[in-house]
Write a protein that binds this ligand. Structure first.
Ligand code: ADP
Length: 269
């Protein structure tokens, strides 16, 4: 897919104004959240609000609690202290799963599934249909989602026979078909070739321009600064929360990453 295709992309099956707006309240609302797998907290006293339409990157060294924070946001873990709300509801009781598209790391992205791209994307419609039977309108939404991510030419290919970048786009298409208005991505470009990474970020930008909220865990700080609007820098606690421009100027990187910061290039010149 070229950058132009991504620029022209519109979100499958979604009329203007159907994504959540800031009047609907925050998408994610964490207040004083502390969590530990053992007695030692790995996330401590984190307060964080993410509004509809934001493009937020969560950064931090390995083991700093990023994936844990994401699980807390999505209600997959329950805080030991504090509250986690998702679309205004208690995150662990949230049951409107189709509003959320989750794209896991490439390494764990269901490599063994012997099903086609179209079947993957079709799954996105299941929460919306009865008895798994798709109407012609549902199929149109599936086809639109495939077109949006530039995968129309691969609909009958098995996901096991896709490149890393193509597979990630298929999973995004599934989220679009389900009419998700929050996309959560955990290091989505690990193992994806450089050219496809650019196309992938162009796609995310186009989806965000359509009003979809994006929360991205990303180890590549250059990509974060280039693509996200807001950076949340985590190392158990939040070290920085603000615009990516301010993040570059701040000393949060050195404080959160310690010695590792010296290894990170392209951000603090
Ligand atoms: P990151 O995503 O920033 O690499 P994680 O949230 O995966 O960090 O991990 C934070 C800390 O919690 C690490 O010390 C990790 O070893 C620990 N941890 C993560 N998952 C589990 C788990 N399921 N059980 C016990 N400890 C865990």
């Amino acid at each position: 897919m070229s950058a132009n295709d991504a620029d022209r992309a519109t979100v499958a099956g979604r009329a203007e104004g159907e994504t959540a707006t800031s009047e609907d309240g925050p998408v994610v609302d964490l207040s004083g959240v502390t969590f530990g797998y053992t007695a030692t907290p790995v996330v401590e006293d984190v307060s964080l609000t993410i509004d509809p339409g934001e493009y937020v990157a969560v950064v931090g060294p390995n083991g700093s609690g990023k994936s844990t924070l994401m699980r807390l946001m999505l209600g997959l873990l329950e805080p030991d202290a504090g509250t986690a709300r998702l679309f205004g509801e208690r995150a662990d009781r949230f049951d409107d799963g189709e509003r959320i598209g989750y794209v896991a790391q490439q390494a764990s992205a269901a490599k063994g599934m012997p099903i086609t791209v179209r079947e993957v994307v079709k799954m996105g419609r299941f929460p919306h249909v009865r008895f798994g039977r798709l109407s012609s309108e549902d199929w149109a939404i599936v086809d639109d989602a495939l077109a949006t991510v530039g995968m129309s030419a691969f609909t009958d290919r098995r996901v096991t026979q896709l490149s890393g970048g193509q597979r990630q786009r298929a999973f995004i298409a599934r989220a679009l078909a389900s009419e998700a208005d929050l996309l959560v991505l955990d290091e989505p470009t690990v193992g994806v070739d450089a050219e496809s990474v650019d196309a992938f970020y162009n796609l995310l930008a186009a989806l965000n321009a359509e009003g979809i909220t994006i929360i991205l865990i990303e180890h590549d700080l250059g990509a974060v600064v280039e693509h996200a609007d807001r950076a949340v820098c985590l190392n158990r606690e939040i070290y920085f929360d603000g615009s990516t421009d301010e993040f570059v100027e701040s000393d949060a990187l050195v404080r959160a990453f310690g010695a590792e910061a010296r290894l990170l290039t392209g951000v603090r010149e």
